[in-house]
Design a protein around this ligand. Sequence first.
Ligand SMILES: Cc1cc2nc3c(=O)[nH]c(=O)nc-3n(C[C@H](O)[C@H](O)[C@H](O)COP(=O)(O)OP(=O)(O)OC[C@H]3O[C@@H](n4cnc5c(N)ncnc54)[C@H](O)[C@@H]3O)c2cc1C
Length: 374
Amino acid sequence: MTENILISGAGVTGLALAYWLDRAGFSITLVERAAEFRRGGQAVDIRGVALDVVQAMGLLDEARALRTQLKGMSMLDADGNEIQLSEERTFSAGRLDSEDIEIFRDDLCELLMRAMSDRVAFIPDDSIRTIDDNGDTVAVTFASGLNRKFDLLVGADGVYSNVRKLWFDDEAGCVFPLGVALALFSTPNLIALGDWQIGHRDADLGYVIYPNRDTSELRIGVGFAPDPTVSRSDTDAQRRLLATRCAHLKGEFPRFLDAMKTTDQFYFNELAQVRAPTWAKGRVVLAGDAAHCASPFSGQGTSLALVGAFVLAQELVHHQDQLARAFAAYEHRMRPYVNLNQALVDLSRKGPTPDDQMTEAKNGIDLSDLFERT
Ligand SMILES: Cc1cc2nc3c(=O)[nH]c(=O)nc-3n(C[C@H](O)[C@H](O)[C@H](O)COP(=O)(O)OP(=O)(O)OC[C@H]3O[C@@H](n4cnc5c(N)ncnc54)[C@H](O)[C@@H]3O)c2cc1C
């Protein structure tokens, strides 16, 4: 029987999945490692069929109202001088005349949280320590010492998924680094940037900068070659590495680096794609970035998360109490769509993703069951 479901991770995948499964009558517990909601995320995109998912959740108008509304972008040289301008697209959103929604990750997560019923039990500031699947139930112990049993466990805990590490034997064969480190940080809006994006690309790095929704802050993303000696948990070393890599940038950039040293909104990771050979084992299944991260270079991580959450929930409803069938149907539907979207990442390409390739990828799954009742 499948009634009681634990979801590890309250990102876009975990929150959307909790919404759909709760709506279908399952009893949902969400465990999230963070003690409180983290603001300061970057802009993410909802594209193609993912817009239909948001519509079916009744959130499309609200999501549209939260759009970033950037009007274009300027390309700068290393000295900070404008060398190119576009009013047709931005680095982060692509074409501005499309229906796609660019939205801040934190705004989207808040929207999903508001949409979730208060039946969903939320455990913040905790993480799974052990998983024991005895065939009938999954017994889980948490770092806090809590012990609980569930019918199903979903790992929606991101690229470096804890559930995947604990439960699937093939961790080393799942995560494929792309050879690029990405630093994301927020600063006050030091240059009074309005509805505009600025960016730069040279042989060593690329950056993109845009304001948050009320333009009080700048969101800055810088990609560059990683340094294998800098550990994933050493934030001071990551900040130093970023400052070193950006030392040749002039104009306003030194001011951003000064502000970076003290901001508490700093995120650093080596970009990777996740290609987990299997997404399910026993009563445990992976979803979102944990199963199939396409990386921010694809511009499709959030859409994959929203679509995957719906498809997994839908297949669990259709194959009540037949988990193996539900998981097989989930993978069967999702894999081709994931493959199309992971293939968008081509680090040798100089310009943006070709429009026809993006159109094919963002619509690459049949969701004609979306408006059936789940
Ligand atoms: C802080 C942050 C900033 C991001 N910024 C960008 C961005 O600027 N651009 C972009 O394209 N993508 C960004 N992403 C990734 C993007 O949001 C995802 O690709 C997409 O939304 C799929 O989300 P997901 O829910 O599968 O994974 P994630 O968004 O990674 O969410 C995973 C969730 O699981 C939680 N978690 C992790 N480990 C544990 C654990 N052991 N126990 C419980 N919970 C755990 C995390 O705190 C997080 O809330 C960001 C992700 C994070 C976490």
